[in-house]
Write a protein that binds this ligand. Structure first.
Ligand SMILES: *Cc1c(COP(=O)(O)O)cnc(C)c1O
Ligand code: SF4
Length: 431
């Protein structure tokens, strides 16, 4: 299959879009002017069930929905489009609306290291062992998920983290021997041509960095463009490159973003998984829990069981961040935990490699261990899975129970304590 993608300017050419009413198409235009979108021909032809598109998870994930933005914002943009306002006027209004959607949550800018007197734009280093690398050729995606905190990278160029020099990455690794993992991220690095992967991976291998154990690739490609690993012109070269990395004693892991068991159904994704695992690539899965998409324990249990059967290791369940179309997808923390727990209870131990539900906040990845009662006070039990300070990890702590809480920022310490245990140290880090 040849890759084709559709977005705001050409989505009306998709033949299945004829099924939508004019009003539905206009809603895509209005919301799509604020939240950029993109859908591949694979998603359109093989994932979306067009007989039932209004409730189809892949239609909802790939095409903007009326309810993803406030009535007020919708109305503003709809009026501008209806009266044929100038591009300039639309951009102005849209820029303001986007700023209200919290485009850069969880202080990512603060994880950009200063190295050799310079801010490294293409690197983030938050957790001791793992360095994030943002290759400049991999800063777009196969889809622009509207719950994703990466969306400013597509919509707002000023926020773009990117770096061309593999050289800087290598020097950074040599200077930071505690880093065992390099996680290629984006955007979606799998949109890169194989020649760029070769460039970066060879630089890592040739540098002989003794502590380098894992090269990871964070990607949505298995779900939205599995042909990347089978049919694309440079798919064979990519598989050979992965084999080479393995043969040099470095593990290669695809951190695959799967939202729904429907993504595991096609022959194309199964072929891609077989090809990757046969080449020695480890595939691990992660996804946020999303209202209107996967907010059910049955879906998660089915997801993990199917993944394990295919050779994919369940890894993280996340809470969606407070950005973009957050209200549309939000699941309260307590509910997310109940979904997790019920799903976890419904699968065998082999699927229980999954961790969550977890919030990626400024201080770290915080897991909701559960709701409990201690001396008559109902509490959330929380735990750091990753911490900006590694000493915070694995030390349960407590927040006041709040059934409506959606994020860490909604929680307060339990038992009348003033601050969570890590707060003083955390403030110092940013002082
Ligand atoms: C999740 C995450 C990682 C990877 O964490 P693991 O638990 O090792 O998978 C690294 N850096 C950042 C900023 C992250 O959010
Ligand atoms: S980074 Fe992943 S979750 Fe975010 S828009 Fe791209 S594909 Fe979607």
């Amino acid at each position: 299959m040849k890759y084709q993608s559709y977005s705001l300017h050409n989505f009306r050419n998709i033949k299945q879009i004829e099924r939508l009413t004019e009003e539905q198409k206009f809603a895509i235009e209005v919301v799509g002017t604020i939240l950029p979108f993109k859908a591949s021909n694979y998603v359109i032809d093989e994932l979306i069930d067009w007989d039932n598109f209004e409730d189809d998870p892949f239609f909802i994930l790939n095409f903007p929905q009326r309810e993803m933005i406030s009535y007020e914002s919708y109305d503003k943009v709809a009026r501008l489009l209806r009266r044929g306002a100038s591009k300039f006027e639309i951009q102005d209004t849209v820029a303001n609306i986007r700023m209200e959607l919290n485009p850069n949550p969880a202080g990512q800018q603060q994880n950009v290291p200063i190295f050799e007197g310079e801010r490294l734009k293409g690197i983030q280093h938050k957790y001791r062992e793992t360095m994030l690398f943002f290759p400049s050729q991999g800063q777009t995606c196969h889809a622009y998920c509207t719950f994703c905190f990466r969306w400013p990278q597509f919509a707002l160029n000023d926020f773009k983290f990117a770096m061309k020099e593999a050289d800087t990455m290598v020097r950074y690794l040599k200077a930071n021997p505690e880093v065992t993992d390099v996680l290629f991220t984006g955007g979606d690095p799998a949109v890169m041509k194989t020649k760029f992967f070769e460039y970066y991976f060879n630089a890592l291998l040739d540098a002989n960095i003794p502590q380098l154990k894992n090269i990871r690739i964070g990607t949505k490609s298995l779900a939205y463009w599995p042909y990347r690993y089978t049919d694309d012109d440079d798919a064979d070269d990519l598989i050979r490159l992965f084999e080479k990395v393995k043969s040099r004693g470095v593990n290669i892991a695809l951190m695959a973003h799967f939202n729904h068991p429907g993504e595991l159904r096609t022959k194309a994704v199964k072929d891609a998984i077989i090809r990757l695992t046969s080449a020695g690539v480890q595939i691990r899965s992660q996804s946020p829990v999303l209202r209107n998409i996967n907010d059910s324990s049955t879906i998660w249990a089915q997801n993990w069981k199917e993944q394990v059967k295919l050779g994919v290791i369940p890894y993280y369940m996340f809470i969606a961040r407070n950005t973009g179309a957050r209200d549309y997808f939000a699941v309260p923390l307590e509910r997310a935990w109940r979904i997790y727990r019920r799903a976890y209870n419904g699968v065998s131990g082999i699927c229980r490699t999954v961790k969550g539900p977890s919030m990626s906040c400024k201080p770290g990845k915080i897991q909701i261990v559960g709701v409990s009662e201690v001396y008559g006070e109902k509490v959330f039990v929380l735990n750091f899975l990753q911490g900006k300070n590694p000493a915070w990890v694995g030390r349960p702590f407590f927040a006041k129970y709040d059934p409506g809480a959606l994020w860490m920022s909604d929680l307060e310490p339990a038992f009348g304590e003033k601050e969570f245990f890590y707060k003083a140290e955390y403030y110092q880090m940013f002082a």
